[in-house]
Write a protein that binds this ligand. Structure first.
Ligand code: FES
Length: 88
């Protein structure tokens, strides 16, 4: 279990489970825009890494031209405790 800080609140993320970070954050009450519902298309779930490390980019994220330090919360999980800032 890893701890992710978002807007000053701590969220517990099961990095070994099936569910991507976005779904786990939303299940704990975080307000994340997820227009494509986790398909990796809309980029509305994007976040900036403030602290911590996350799983390597998969094919979906590699195809997108995300700015340096930005990831999609529906496509990754933390590998350490960390802090993120939502882009939208
Ligand atoms: S929810 Fe659409 S890219 Fe993550």
């Amino acid at each position: 279990m890893k701890t992710i800080i978002l807007k000053g609140k701590n969220y517990k993320i099961d990095e070994k489970g099936e569910s991507p970070m976005m779904q786990q954050l939303v299940a704990q009450g975080a307000e994340i825009v997820a227009a494509c519902n986790g398909a990796g298309i809309c980029q509305t779930c994007a976040f900036k890494v403030v602290k911590g490390k996350f799983t390597d980019k998969g094919d979906t994220e590699k195809m997108l031209d995300l700015p340096e330090g930005q990831r999609l919360s529906c496509q990754c999980k933390p590998t350490t405790d960390g802090e993120i800032e939502l882009i939208y």
